[in-house]
Design a protein around this ligand. Sequence first.
Ligand SMILES: *Cc1c(COP(=O)(O)O)cnc(C)c1O
Length: 370
Amino acid sequence: MRHSTYLEVNLSLLAENVELVKKMAPGSTLLPMVKADAYGNGMIPVSQFLAKECGIEILGCASLGEATKLIHECPDLKTKILVFSDTELQNKEWREVYINGQIIPVLHQTSDLETVLKDPFYAHIPLVIKINSGMNRLGFLQEDLELYLPLLRTRGIKHLMTHFARSSQLLQSGDKTNKQYKNFLELKEFLKNADIQIEATSVSNSGAVEQEFGVSETFVRPGLMLYGPPGVSGESTWKGHQISRWVTKIMSTFKVKKGTPIGYGVNVADRDCLMAVLPIGYGDGFLTYMSGTQININGVKGKIFGRVNMDMTFVQFDLSDEHKIKNNDVVEIWSHDYKTIVDLADQAKTIPYQLMCAVSSRIPRIYKVD
Ligand SMILES: *Cc1c(COP(=O)(O)O)cnc(C)c1O
């Protein structure tokens, strides 16, 4: 645990992002993804806020364990919870949790479909079915479903969905996203023609929502953009805010002469400079790929020097900046302006998703409502 190093999560900004998304998808119902601890922002407070303050009625997790944790820690949560990938449907130990219908598995492979269609234990589970329209990770092709048409006809499909592989790129006619959507619509048509009722549909993750693509389906399923970063990489028009700000401080500073070895290993100061030590390291989720990136402290650019340690990190400054960098100064690793996390992710050759998910349990989450 830490004290003056923390992740401040502003839930009012989450509410603003929700409103922006609703405006981009006015005919659609919002199904926020809260998997991976709501992208590092804290699944429990985020889900409770979404349900109580934003009128959300359905949430998305990745694993059954996330869904059961949500229910155990929020017994008064009324939302439905979809489990998108790791449903544990073949794990009999957990099958009871699906019975009351609050937690619903997304079916994405034949073995699970077979179980839910044929085992009387699952006779009342709504069928939520993921189509593989071209991402080729999970989901059914038409030929997989053809074997089950009579059973699907009896049962009806509650929710038919697919997932886009490249919606973070600007849409162009005939591109991968358009092809995936076309495949999805064709398979939907095929099922309808086979007299199978389909109650609801969804296709859009953040990149698609931002481009208002697929937003006429029943649901949209954004994760990333609700927490701040844009769904489209490069030039984005997203008006949302990063709901978190990652705050630390300068724990110590010292001047070093060119040639001085600093910290573990063989990292040697390449010039006379000022070093600041931050109490944040890979044990906090400030991972070693941050080495060499530039961060802004008090308007001065410093460079993450050497390898990030488990508990601390060096930042190198010019000696001329000495008067601007003081012990106990507040440092924002990223701010509520999403450009700061996008820039950091670009420098580290990773994605904002990963920076947010990495923030470890040693970092307290502090919740704020304006
Ligand atoms: C994670 C996920 C989403 C959300 O994706 P973002 O890019 O974070 O908006 C939507 N649908 C499915 C199936 C997912 O797994």
